[in-house]
Design a protein around this ligand. Structure first.
Ligand code: SF4
Length: 364
């Protein structure tokens, strides 16, 4: 059933170009009702599941993302990433609240140390968009917000660990905070001699391309630290002309752009589509970096793609693309020093995703 787009949402879409990123962020769609109405989807069919899922992990969709979703199409791959479904309430064995065991790796509030040479700073719990499959959808951000004294403690940990040469701004989405705060972090990190790089994991330049504003580019340009930005794009339709312009501005400021995708059932589990994604990213100046096997987070089992299928897709990608456009198919396994590539050379043996995960854990 196709419905007319309500005037308020039409106004929100029409005005995307003239608004600051802060206005776009604060005017995001945050209820299932508004999301369904804005896209002309039948509430009788979708609202029950969407409301139940929304109670577990709230809806958040900003206008520029909404504008890229096909009106009236419940299977749209961008919509699938943000629309709660009734499956989110199902409890499925093997799908847990903290699949990467991150809470056990948190030495100071807001600081996660999973690897020897790198440390993650969770500078905000806020995201510009709430992705239904997010492995941090249950993370207790409230307990890990960096208050000023915790911020000093996190900096002290970094100063006392000269083996750390890279800080990763993570979240939440680190670009959801003000440029004033980010500039301050950069200034303090620049004073730690052992640090060489800051890596920023963000969806914001794609979700709200207006986020790549002059004040963001100013602190990037001023820092002595190299800046690497790892974007998160799962489908070629996420990249439109505004996103291309934002990415070009980041590149012109000296930022190295990489992308990580998550392999998601019903979104991008198709070799031709993944090949198009790599080509689209590269044309926009972004190197495909990782294709993540799904992390088994509770409430998102319906996105899971078996390891057998993931390997088959990755092999097909290898056959279709030059090597530099093939993202590495990886899984993060708690306790390992880096991501674990899924071995594409093995013959398919019909092993289920869960059996493969268990055997990986046994082999630790
Ligand atoms: S952390 Fe990343 S994947 Fe998770 S909800 Fe935020 S933007 Fe989406």
């Amino acid at each position: 059933m196709i419905q007319r787009t309500p005037a308020r949402i039409e106004a929100r879409l029409a005005n995307n170009d003239n608004r600051t990123w802060q206005q776009l962020l604060s005017d995001s769609v945050t209820t299932p009702e508004a999301l369904l109405a804005g896209l002309g989807l039948d509430p009788a069919r979708w609202l029950g599941g969407a409301t139940a899922g929304h109670r577990l992990f709230p809806v958040r969709v900003p206008g520029p993302w909404l504008a890229r979703i096909r009106h009236g199409d419940p299977d749209d791959p961008l919509l699938r990433q943000v629309l709660p479904l009734h499956q989110e309430q199902e409890q499925v064995p093997g799908y847990v609240r903290d699949p990467l065991d991150e809470l056990a790796a948190t030495p100071a509030t807001g600081l996660i140390r999973k690897y020897r040479s790198r440390a993650l700073l969770m500078i905000t719990g806020q995201c510009a968009i709430n992705c239904r499959y997010c492995f941090r959808r249950h993370f207790p951000y409230g307990e890990h917000r960096l208050a000023p004294e915790e911020r000093e403690r996190a900096l002290a940990v970094l100063r006392a660990a000269p083996e750390i040469n890279e800080v990763i701004f993570s979240g939440g989405d680190p670009l959801a905070v003000s440029d004033r705060l980010l500039a301050r972090w950069m200034a303090e990190l620049s004073g730690i001699a052992s640090l060489q790089r800051v890596r920023i994991h963000s969806r914001l330049p794609v979700v709200i391309p207006q986020r790549v504003c002059d004040s963001l580019l100013a602190w990037i340009r001023q820092s002595r630290l190299q800046v690497v930005m790892v974007l998160h794009v799962n489908h070629p339709a996420e990249i439109d002309d505004e996103v291309r312009t934002a990415l070009a501005r980041l590149r012109a400021a000296g930022v190295t752009l990489l992308n990580q995708s998550v392999l998601l059932q019903g979104v991008n589990d198709d070799a031709a589509l993944l090949a198009t994604l790599s080509e689209t990213l590269f044309a926009a100046g972004v190197l495909p970096y990782y294709l993540h096997a799904f992390d088994p987070v509770a409430g998102a089992h319906h996105f899971d793609v078996s390891d057998q299928r993931a390997r088959a897709l990755a092999r097909e990608l290898q056959a279709r693309l030059p090597g530099f456009l093939v993202p590495r198919l990886v899984r993060e396994i708690p306790g390992r020093d880096g991501k674990t590539p899924l071995d594409l050379g093995l013959e398919d043996d019909g092993t289920s995703a869960e059996e493969a995960r268990m055997s990986n854990l046994v082999n630790l």
